[in-house]
Design a protein around this ligand. Structure first.
Ligand code: FES
Length: 130
């Protein structure tokens, strides 16, 4: 089968789809080649990601990736969310077909971009990644 059960589950029943009006941070990532765009909204309180929503205009993998990424960072400290990698997303989804690997990068980039926006709005300096 092309997609793992996990991918199919998140693709058909995406978690945390939508937007957050008074988001603490909003980030976006896109891929020029396929034209897909992912937007992440974070609601942060006391350094914890209380809520996260996504809007993804793109392929099924990008939607599954967005969905699982929101689950992986919800309820976590921002410092931990900053460490989200596309590899972690891929393994949480039990992999993606080779030509869909780039879709997982969008999640990492969109989350990082939303965190940057959060730090900027909060007037904080982002911790060094590593
Ligand atoms: Fe480009 Fe999925 S095909 S994000």
């Amino acid at each position: 089968m092309l997609y793992s059960e996990k991918v199919m589950d998140h693709l058909l029943r995406p978690r945390n789809a939508g937007s957050i009006e008074d988001a603490s941070g909003v980030g976006e990532a896109g891929n020029m080649a396929c034209g897909d765009i992912m937007r992440m909204y974070l609601k942060v309180e006391d350094g914890i990601i209380e809520d996260v929503k996504f809007e993804t205009f793109g392929c099924g993998s990008a939607i599954a990736v967005s969905s699982i990424a929101t689950e992986m960072i919800k309820g976590k400290p921002v410092s931990e969310a900053a460490k989200l990698t596309n590899k972690a997303v891929l393994s949480a989804l039990d992999g993606l077909p080779k030509n869909k690997i780039h879709c997982s990068l969008l999640a990492e980039e969109a989350v990082k971009s939303a965190l940057e926006d959060y730090y900027k709005k909060a007037g904080e300096t982002p911790p060094k990644s590593g």
